[in-house]
Design a protein around this ligand. Sequence first.
Ligand code: ZN
Length: 456
Amino acid sequence: MKRSQGDDVRQKTKTWIKGGQIIDGTGKPAFKADVLLAEERIDKVGDLGPADIEAAEVLDATGKFVMPGLIDSHCHISFDEPRTNDELFFHRRYGLAALVASVNAQKVLRAGVTAFFDADCIFDVGVDLRDAVEAGVVEGPRMTTGGNVLINCVGGTASRLLPDRGRLGYGMIVHTRDEVITEIHKQIKAGVDWIKVHVSGLPVRPGASSGEIQTWSLDELKLVCDTAHQLGVPVVGHCRNASSVRDAARAGFDMILHATYMDEDALTAVVDRKVPLVPTFTFQANLADYGSAIGADPQLQAVFKEEITASADQLKQAHQAGVPILTGSESGFSLTPYGDWHYRELNLLQTYLGLTPLEAIRAGTEFGAIALRKEGELGALKAGYLADLLILADDPLKDLDQLGRRNFIDTVIKAGRVVDRSLPLPSTWQIPGWRMSAFSDDILTRSLAETHLGPL
Ligand SMILES: [Zn+2]
């Protein structure tokens, strides 16, 4: 057969990142090396020969630092920063949610997050966005995604706002074993990467104990794992009290979000099985530390802070026992807007769990590959790995919060290509019916009016 011109062996697209200090994401101290990217992968890290650099595009990283792209292992890309569950449950439209998510995904990518785990989504937006990004229809980070979270209506993250049955917002209410199996099969058919379960939820009558209440039995959790695992899909749990963490770990969950308020039994179950944990302190810390900027109630700020301080010690012990700790920001709510706070978890893990800066970077890179289901090919700066990386203006180890500073991230590279961050994205939008609208912040009693205006 005659060869046409197009059949000629094409020169691979090569990029030579020259002279940077490498932080490879594995916890190894920084070292100086050149990096060669070929197409979407890292070809070499180390000394390069003349053949390597021939026809390569050069990115001069002299005096700069190079590290893997950040991986955020707990986001909600389809929510669009709601202030309340009411807004999220009753004010969102399917098509528009997907369109808006495609812009928010770009904000995440431009912040240096080259991959993230969308823990659960409204409608099927997570799956659709992931497929659109993979197909090159829209630009965004790599993604794995859950579907609607499996939730028991007794306790949930939205209490009595949840219906007794059916689907609402990010949740699918399931009660019986048949409902659990059917929903898992449906979600796997739809293409989810993870099955997510709300193992704990808000107490029906608050105040009795710290944290949430466990709403699933151990047997039910085992059923979830058996059903999903049989089809090769891992299971992740939202667990915000001791028994929910313990039983999720015992049932065979593959990852646990929050894992707060652990007791001895919960810690033992997690350590025995080395279940990866995503503490996700950013959400609480944002309200506790910066809540005054949005008029947050000081009492609520204290409650959020308490969840961190009450959980830090056990999470620290899990880390010291070799449990992988991953960074998650819970981006997608009004307290955690897209693109702004993803970096913050690294510093919080250093502050509260005692991770070294290199360990914190590993939590946000190499270990993130667990959530992305790409262990061994994502999250580290090594030959053969996917070429997602950042070039930084200075040494991030001096202060991890620098990763959030404007212009500190010099260049974002995903799949071997520099992400164009030059065209500004819209920062806010007004869409009819999209946000909650209130008549007022307060109730206009006569006495309130008189306090402000004098006797009426
Ligand atoms: Zn979440």
